[in-house]
Structures are given as C-alpha cells and as structure tokens.
Design a protein around this ligand. Structure first.
Ligand code: CAA
Length: 396
C-alpha cells in the first residue's frame, strides 16, 4: 500500500471539458449561490431552489454515467466542482458532496440494475435528494458498533428496521437514504448490512434537526426507524457487506470533503489578500508588513499543497477504476491535510481582517465556522491519521 502511485503521473491533466466545467460552475456559484449564502447561513433554510438548479446542471450526479441520469464525468470534475461550489458557499457543497460521493457512488458501485433504475436515476438527475446514514448517537468514529437492528421477517420478504441514526446530512429533506444497520450483531462489523430506504414509506421518521456552528443551510438531522419494512431486494450489496461498503464509499466521500476544504480555504485566502492590499495601517497597506506577509505565504503554500493532495487522490481513484486497488490512503491524506489547512487559512484570514474578520458584515467569519466541520465529518482528523498509519504500517 506504500506510495501506490510512485510510478504514475500524480497530477491528472485538466482537459478542455474540465476547464469548461469550472467556468460554468464558477459562474453559476458566484452569480446564484454566493449572494444568498449569508441569508441561508442566518436562517438555516435549506436552499432548495439552487439545489434544483445544480441538479439541472448535472452537478448532483457528476460521476454517474449519462445512462443513469448523471453527467458521466470523472473524479477530477467532481473535485473541481466541489471547490467552486464551496468557494461560494460550503453548505451547498455539503449537499453536493453527500448526494454525489456517498449516495450515488455507493449505488453505482454496489447496486443492481433494478436498484439503479429506482434509486440512482432520480437522484443523479437532481429530481430527488439522496442521503447516507452510518452514524448513531453511540457510534460515531467507532462505526462498527451500531445499536440499530434489522430483522428478516418470517416470510423472508422484508427486513424490519428499528433504531435511531444521527448526523445525517440532508436527513430533513432526503427522498432516499442509504442506511447501515446490524442484521447479525454477534458478527460485529461483519453483521452490518446496507439498505436502500424510501423516505415515503411508513416507519421512517425524521428526527431532531441539528442546530450547527457552520454549514447551517445544509440540513442535518436524526432519522428514526420504527418497524420500517424494507423489501429484501433493497439490500445494497450482500447482507453483512455493509461495513465494507460504508468504508469504500467514505474513501470517495473524503475526496469530496477535502475539495470542499480547498474551496472554503481559497475563498478565505482571496479575501485576506484583497484586504491586505487595501487596509491601511502604519503608513501603508498592511500587506507591506512582514507579519502579514508571513501569513499570506503560509496560507498560500498550504492551500496549494492541499489542492495537490486532492488531485493526487483523484488520480488514485481514477486508477482504482482500472486496477481495483484501494485509494484509501490518498483520500485520507487529502482530507486530513486539506481540512487542517482550511482551519489554519480561515483562522489567519479572520486575523488579517482584525475586527472585521469577526463581523457578520463580511463572509470571513462564516468561512471560519464552515471550515471547522471538515475536520470532523466523514471521519475526524484522528480517524484519518489512524487510517493512513494503519495502511502504511500494514496493520490490517
Ligand atoms: N474499503 C474497503 N474495506 C475497508 C476499508 C475501506 N476503505 N476500510 C476498512 N475496510 C474493511 C477492512 O479490510 C476490514 O475487513 P475484514 O473484516 O475483512 O478484515 C473491515 O473493513 C474492518 O476494518 P477495520 O478493522 O479497520 O475497522 P475498525 O473497526 O478498526 O474501524 C475506522 C476503522 C477507520 C476507524 C472506521 O470505523 C472509520 O472510518 N470510522 C469513521 C466513520 C466515519 O467516517 N463516519 C462518518 C459518517 S458520514 C457523516 O459524517 C455524516 C454525513 O452525512 C456526511
């Protein structure tokens, strides 16, 4: 697993299609999303209009083939899109990320043809919204220890699901959810199964909506299952394969969160550079002060290093489509470094802005609050370090 890409070009090339995509997404994000970001951050309202528009642009199923309602592009296209959307508003990018890399990617990879028709096509095309539900109140980082249960009925036709899931991105609005729950608790993580859940069916209850520090317009909630009857044909993969599916899908998701972190960081960095050029103190623009210059240099270096790790992870994921090799380490390195870089960069951006960085009159304080989640969700920084070290040391 050590340096899987040592004999490969690390940086994927941007094609004219990628450049066109970046232009279109940037234009849309700056024109339609950036102006409404502060208001949605304040109210916490889900931005359904712009989410639908992103669906029409093909941004809700970027890597899904056109045959299944997606845009048929690659991982780099997904990462570039995430960066541009996150630069305008992190909440929107959270919604894009979960829909694409946790929901659509899981069904693309593990779904049957019938499951793809029923659960993938409507979500990849943006008509419906998808979510991914692994975490429970007592099972976060230690994801294999969940308390929810699914029991096969006597006729063998349905699993009856009971339990409480938490921290589900898009939980309050999702039409379909991939839910991981225990079908054979005595087998620990090998007893976890993935289910495709239709939120319109009885027994599916949307629980408490989380009041959050950042990404406030991306709705997050608990989900409660009370004797929810899931047909056996809606098992994703095989019974007992759930943990591996959850982990494999998170590898792709972590590239999305790393890209999100780069986007938030880039927005904060650009705001800081502009402010350093304009703000006058001690007889000139503050950008002439060495202490500000040091910050700018460190911010820029970490931003570009994070971007390169994201591109590296994109290359690894593309390569895995051919070789079947996992890209776990590359994805975790990108997420670990980019999320910590985003925290550093947004913090320094606040500092460069001084009092104005702390004011809601500018978006810089929002970047700082939004960046914080990237070190937590889809695996904390501590979990990423655990994953990288275990892989490097051959401990699995
Ligand atoms: N791909 C495929 N299989 C994998 C894998 C991967 N990336 N990682 C592990 N596995 C397999 C292992 O090979 C092992 O297989 P065997 O049973 O055949 O040996 C099995 O899974 C168990 O692996 P581990 O022994 O490493 O499992 P662990 O219990 O020690 O846990 C962990 C490892 C890395 C800590 C994992 O639990 C983890 O990633 N935790 C964090 C969970 C997480 O990211 N949660 C966020 C949820 S989503 C969210 O935030 C909300 C949202 O809506 C966005």
């Amino acid at each position: 697993m050590v340096n899987q890409l040592s004999d490969q070009p690390l940086i994927p090339q941007m094609t004219p299609e990628h450049q066109e995509l970046v232009k279109a997404v940037r234009n849309f994000a700056q024109k339609e999303i950036a102006p409404i970001a502060a208001e949605h951050d304040e109210t916490g309202d889900f931005p359904i209009t712009t989410v639908k528009q992103m669906g029409e642009m093909g941004l809700m199923g970027i890597e899904v083939s056109e045959e299944y309602g997606g845009a048929g592009m690659d991982t780099l296209a997904y990462a570039l899109t995430m960066i541009e959307i996150a630069k305008a508003d992190a909440s929107h990018s959270t919604i894009v990320s979960v829909n694409n890399s946790l929901y659509c990617n899981a069904i693309t990879k593990f779904g049957t043809e019938a499951q793809k028709q029923a659960f993938l096509v409507p979500v990849a095309s943006g008509a419906k919204i998808g979510a991914y539900s692994l975490t429970e109140p007592m099972s976060g980082s230690d994801a294999g220890t969940m308390e929810s249960r699914a029991v096969l009925n006597a006729a063998g036709t349905h699993y009856i699901i009971n339990g409480r899931k938490s921290w589900v991105t898009s939980g309050p609005v999702a039409d379909f959810v991939i839910v991981f729950t225990m079908t054979a608790p005595e087998q620990k993580h090998k007893g976890i199964t993935a289910f495709l859940i239709d939120a319109a069916q009885p027994g599916f209850i949307r629980g408490k909506k989380e009041p959050k520090l950042g990404i406030r317009a991306s709705a997050t909630s608990e989900l409660v299952f009370e004797n929810y009857a899931c047909p056996v044909e809606n098992v994703l993969g095989k019974p007992g394969d759930g943990f591996k599916i959850a982990m494999a899908v998170l590898d792709a998701g972590r590239i999305g969160i790393a890209s999100q972190a780069v986007g938030i960081a880039e927005a904060a960095y650009e705001a800081a550079v502009q402010y350093a050029r304009e703000r006058q103190a001690f007889g000139g623009p503050i950008g002439q002060l060495q202490m500000i210059q040091q910050k700018i240099a460190d911010m820029k270096t970490r931003l570009e290093a994070a971007r390169l790790l994201v591109y590296n992870a994109c290359a690894a994921k593309e390569r895995s489509k051919v070789t079947g090799e996992r890209f776990t380490t590359e994805a975790s390195m990108a997420k670990l470094f980019a999320s910590e870089a985003a925290m550093f960069i947004t913090d320094e951006a606040v500092q460069i802005h001084g009092g104005m960085g702390y004011s809601k009159e500018l978006p810089v304080e929002r970047y700082y609050r939004d960046a914080r989640i990237t070190r937590i969700y889809e695996g904390t920084s501590e979990v990423q370090r655990m994953v990288i070290a275990r892989n490097e040391l051959g401990l699995r």
